[in-house]
Every structure is written in structure tokens, then in C-alpha cells.
Design a protein around this ligand. Structure first.
Ligand SMILES: [Zn+2]
Length: 422
């Protein structure tokens, strides 16, 4: 195989195809063979065996233990994973943890039975989703798989889902070990919201410090800049005894409406995925009653969204794009859409006189800053055959990957301008 890759007779595109078709599945296959080996090991010895075989960290061995557990519980899914090469150990580990998350409130005597019940709804859903969404994709996006499993569990076991959410909400703790303070926020949404707010604030502070260094007479004499984590810790310490007003936690939430005023049912947050009805109600109430909260009704047909001659994206189009995309549209990336930049899929004439890309939903995609740069430098190029639902990427060596919109409104903004497609 190495010879084939190095052969001067093979062009860049062929090498890329070879890598995609052979090496990537083989990488998955290697890990999958470890899982197959672990299947023959007793459950209680799996993690220790994985540690001995791979010699990496305990966290890595635990991942393999979980994946093997799922392989045993969901044989049809595991067979498909092996054959398609589109699921790796990380995906099986994710299936394990999305189900196991709900075991915390189940009495021990019912754990086995409940887990089996959840397995029986999750496995067929993932199997049919994989067969329906198979074209042109390499490995499955982890955020899409997480959202699919959560949506199935929310639909089939809403009571249990709400019970877990309630337990997580009530379990915030703060521990101190030596110099390290760890804040466990219970609820994932709170954790993601706080982390994002801390990161934004830390970025501002670092920019401020850089600026004052540039202004200083002798920057070399100043102490080195703190790292972003050090700044985050400073902000948290300040909050614990200082001024909580300095931190704003913003949470974006998408929810269906039947009366064009109030939300109904579960909600989707691009930061953490699906939330149960109770959490959705609470957050919508907060948005309505807090001074900085807003509730915006989004049209579900893309023809109702504005189009503009300008370069800047109308706010409504940005929100629609976030709810359509869910996360960054670059292959494999899971950065939530709310933290992405809005990119003209076909360049705007404002930045590229040879191009004529419009500023409208059909021509926008969410890209995280890193992948936006990758596209701007034209290292990777892309186009969309259907107004943003499908994005086809071509890499520097001719490798091709396709990604699909995966947010809660992706079905509504598909190609058919007459209405939703299911
Ligand atoms: Zn990205």
C-alpha cells in the first residue's frame, strides 16, 4: 500500500481517493478489530485488557470498554459500523454515554431492563439513519449522531429524559483539589453557556493586555501574557467573591410554534443539542421576562426570508442559517453554529469582483473561524447544488467530502420552495 501511495504514476486526486477509500476505513478497522477482540473478554476485564493492549491512557481504555459494550448490545449496528467504515470507536462510545446518561435516576434493580428498552429504540433509529444518510460522506459527524440519539430518547422516553435533566440541574458542585478548582455545572446547557461566556470574556481581556503591551515603552520588560485558561480562572475567582455582573451568559434556543407567539414541545440548542419540554419552558420564560431576552419567530419557508444587495447578513438570515446548519459545515467539524462565522458559499461581489454570490439563505453557511480561513485561502473549495442544504467540498489533493445541514430547521429550508419536505 505504501508503494502505491508513493508511486509517481498516481496523481494527487487518485492518492486522495485511495486514502479515503482504503486508509481511513482501515484506521477504523484497526480500532474495530480491537473491539472484536475485547468482545471475547469478560465485561469486568475489558478496560484492563484494553489498557494492556493499547498502552495509552485509562480514558482511552474506557472508551474501548464502552464501545465493546455497545457492540455486544447492538450487533446489527456494530456490523454496519464495521462494513461501512463510517463509525469509529468514538461513535460507539458516544452511543454508550448518551444512553448511560439516563441511568443516573433509574433504581439499580431496573437498570438492566431500562437500558435494554432504550437500546431497542436507539439501535434501529441509528441503523436506518445511517442507511438514509450514506451518500458521499466519510465518517459520521459526532454532533449529528448525538442529536439523533437524543431526539429518539426524547421522543420515546420523555419522562426519563425530563427526570435526567432535573437531576443534572440539581447537581452543581464546586470541588477544590490543591490549586485546581473544578466546577461541575450538572446541566450541560449551563456548563456550555458558562464556558462560552468565560471564553469570550477571556478573549477580550487578552486582546486588552496585548494592546497595552503594544503601547508600552519596553514590552520586553513586562511579564509574559497569561494563558487563556489562567485568565478564565481569574474571571471565575472574581465571580465567586467579586462582581457577577461582568459575565453575560447567552443561550440560543430553537423551538416549534403553532400560534406564532409561544413555543411548544422540546427545544434545540446548537450548543448542547435537544432539551426536554420543562427546560425549554423555563428558558423561554426567561427570554420573555429578562431585560436582555428576545424571542424571535422564524419563517419556515426560505422564500419568506430577506435577500439583500449588501455584504452583511440580515439578522433573520443568520438565525435561520444557524437553525438550518446546527454546526460548522466543514467535514467532521462539530463547532456549534452560534459560534461560527457566516460565509458566502459563492463569494460575494463585494469581496471578489469575479463572483456573484448573493447575500441570502441559499448562499450562506456556518464555518468556525479555523475552517472559514481554510476556505478563504482556497485550500479547500466548496459549492452547494441545492441552496445550502448540501455542501460539497474538494480538498487540496482533490479529495471530496459532502456535508448536510443537520440543525432543527434543516428539513424546512430544503430545495423545494413550496414548503417543507420530510
Ligand atoms: Zn469548523
Amino acid at each position: 500500500m505504501t508503494t502505491a501511495v508513493q508511486s509517481p504514476h498516481i496523481g494527487g486526486a487518485e492518492v486522495a481517493r485511495h486514502v479515503r477509500d482504503n486508509i481511513i476505513p482501515l484506521a477504523n478497522l484497526g480500532d474495530m478489530l480491537t473491539v472484536v477482540g475485547l468482545l471475547a473478554t469478560p465485561v469486568e476485564a475489558r478496560i484492563a485488557t484494553a489498557l494492556a493492549w493499547r498502552g495509552r491512557t485509562r480514558a482511552d481504555a474506557v472508551r474501548f470498554g464502552h464501545a465493546t459494550d455497545v457492540a455486544e448490545r447492538m450487533p446489527e449496528l456494530f456490523t454496519l459500523a464495521q462494513e461501512s467504515g463510517r463509525l469509529a470507536v468514538d461513535h460507539l462510545d458516544l452511543v454508550w454515554s448518551r444512553i448511560n446518561r439516563h441511568m443516573s435516576t433509574v433504581p439499580v434493580s431496573l437498570t438492566e431492563e431500562t437500558r435494554t428498552g432504550l437500546d431497542h429504540v436507539v439501535e434501529p433509529a441509528v441503523v436506518s439513519w445511517l442507511s438514509e444518510n450514506g451518500e458521499g460522506t466519510c465518517t459520521v459527524n459526532l454532533a449529528d449522531l448525538r442529536d439523533l440519539i437524543d431526539a429518539v430518547l426524547l421522543d420515546k422516553a420523555p419522562g426519563l429524559y425530563a427526570e435526567t435533566a432535573r437531576a443534572e440541574r440539581d447537581s452543581a458542585t464546586l470541588h477544590r483539589r490543591g490549586r485546581v478548582l473544578s466546577l461541575h455545572c450538572g446541566n450541560e446547557l449551563t456548563a456550555a453557556g458558562i464556558d462560552r461566556a468565560l471564553t469570550d470574556k477571556a478573549k477580550q481581556m487578552i486582546a486588552g493586555l496585548r494592546h497595552s503591551r503594544d503601547e508600552a515603552d519596553d514590552p520586553g520588560a513586562l511579564p509574559p501574557l497569561p494563558t487563556r485558561n489562567e485568565i478564565k480562572a481569574q474571571i471565575l475567582m472574581g465571580m465567586l467573591g467579586d462582581d457577577p455582573e461582568t459575565l453575560t451568559v447567552r443561550i440560543n434556543l430553537f423551538r416549534a410554534t403553532v400560534d406564532d407567539v409561544h413555543g411548544t414541545g422540546a427545544a434545540y440548542s446548537p450548543e448542547v443539542g435537544w432539551l426536554d419540554v420543562e427546560a425549554a419552558e423555563r428558558l423561554e420564560d426567561l427570554a420573555r421576562t429578562s431585560p436582555n431576552g428576545t424571542v424571535q419567530v422564524l419563517p419556515t419557508r426560505r422564500v419568506e426570508l430577506p435577500s439583500t444587495e449588501a455584504y452583511r447578513w440580515p439578522v433573520l438570515v443568520q438565525m435561520a442559517a444557524e437553525s438550518r446548519d446546527g454546526h460548522c459545515r466543514f467535514p467532521g467539524c462539530t463547532v456549534p453554529a452560534v459560534r461560527c462565522e457566516k460565509d458566502h458559499i459563492e463569494n460575494s461581489p463585494h469581496t471578489d469582483p469575479t463572483s456573484n454570490g448573493a447575500t441570502e439563505l441559499e448562499n450562506v453557511q456556518n464555518l468556525c473561524p479555523e475552517h472559514h480561513r481554510v476556505k478563504t485561502t482556497r485550500l479547500w473549495t466548496c459549492n452547494s447544488p441545492d441552496g445550502g442544504h448540501t455542501v460539497c467540498w474538494t480538498g487540496p489533493n482533490g479529495e471530496e467530502h459532502t456535508t448536510y445541514a443537520a440543525g432543527p430547521l434543516s428539513h424546512f429550508y430544503r430545495d423545494d420552495p413550496d414548503g417543507p419536505v420530510d
